[in-house]
Design a protein around this ligand. Structure first.
Ligand SMILES: [Zn+2]
Length: 282
């Protein structure tokens, strides 16, 4: 339905795989996140649009600096996730997918509306955060996860009390990120996005993850057949000749130290190999 989502050669689409083919840019320091530490007035709105869960945030926040060409107003954040036993981040690190990814969407503030921003090659700045899983709940993430049952079905909307956006983010590692020029990952897939993908993930619990993978539906409440909303990520696109930059402080957590996760299957294989060499040693 969207020809612009079927890229030809040399177009710059998102998401991409992040690997060692990146260029350090010493001028890329932490972005300036205006209003992210404050509790905004009014209320925010959480919505199930059938493709994701979207949190519309008022007008009080903006992002700039860190090599962005302008000031961008924060509009919304939303999520991408996988299935019951599969990961679902959009960007991958050394071909590995994280369980989820959160996108904070910001629009260049000189534009009166999204239509105008989609005509500007750098009209949007999206901040991407990987989400990984641990055993304990993330209480700050609870501001969103506790409201998910109210937006289980497509078309449902609920109010959310504003909270400091920074409380969701890896606040001690905000100067570690990757930068490239790409596209929206949902129709109309416009190639207008300055991407900032953060190196250090947000951590939530298994049960907070499961609320997304098993309790959100892409169908309306009265649909004859309900369909879980799963695997709402776009496939990986080639970088072609694009430069992917690494911020001044990024550690390139793609080696052994910061391996995001190791699958149960590969651990199992490792055990078999270790056990094998132990037995043959006997
Ligand atoms: Zn997204």
């Amino acid at each position: 339905m969207f020809p612009s989502c079927h890229p030809l050669l040399e177009q710059h689409h998102s998401p991409i795989n992040l690997d060692h083919h990146m260029t350090r840019n010493e001028s890329l320091e932490a972005l300036h996140l205006e209003g992210f530490d404050e509790i905004q007035t009014g209320h925010w709105t959480l919505h199930n649009d059938g493709h994701s869960i979207v949190l519309q945030v008022g007008n009080g926040m903006s992002v700039s600096g860190g090599g962005l060409p302008d000031v961008y107003h924060t509009i919304q954040l939303h999520f991408h996730w996988g299935g019951l036993a599969t990961n679902g981040s959009e960007h991958t690190v050394d071909r590995r997918r994280y369980p989820m990814e959160m996108h904070i969407v910001n629009m260049k503030s000189i534009h009166p509306n999204l239509t105008a921003a989609l005509d500007d090659p750098t009209g949007l700045a999206v901040l991407g955060f990987f989400i990984d899983v641990v055993y304990s709940d993330n209480i700050h993430f609870g501001h969103i996860s506790q409201k998910l049952s109210s937006v289980a079905y497509k078309g449902q909307t609920t109010k959310v009390k504003p909270f400091p956006m920074m409380s969701l983010l890896p606040k001690h590692n905000m100067s570690q990120y990757y930068r490239y020029y790409g596209s929206l990952t949902t129709p109309p897939c416009s190639q207008v996005v300055v991407w900032t993908v953060y190196e250090v993930p947000i951590y939530i619990s298994w049960s907070q993850l499961a609320q997304f993978t098993s309790q959100i539906f892409s169908t309306e409440e009265d649909a004859e057949q309900v369909t879980p909303l799963q695997n709402n990520f776009r496939h990986i696109h080639p970088t072609f000749r694009r430069i992917v930059s690494v911020s001044k402080d990024a550690k390139l957590l793609t080696g052994t130290a910061g391996r995001p996760f190791r699958s149960a299957a590969s651990l199992h294989l490792l055990l078999i190999i270790l056990l094998g060499s132990f037995i043959s040693g006997l």
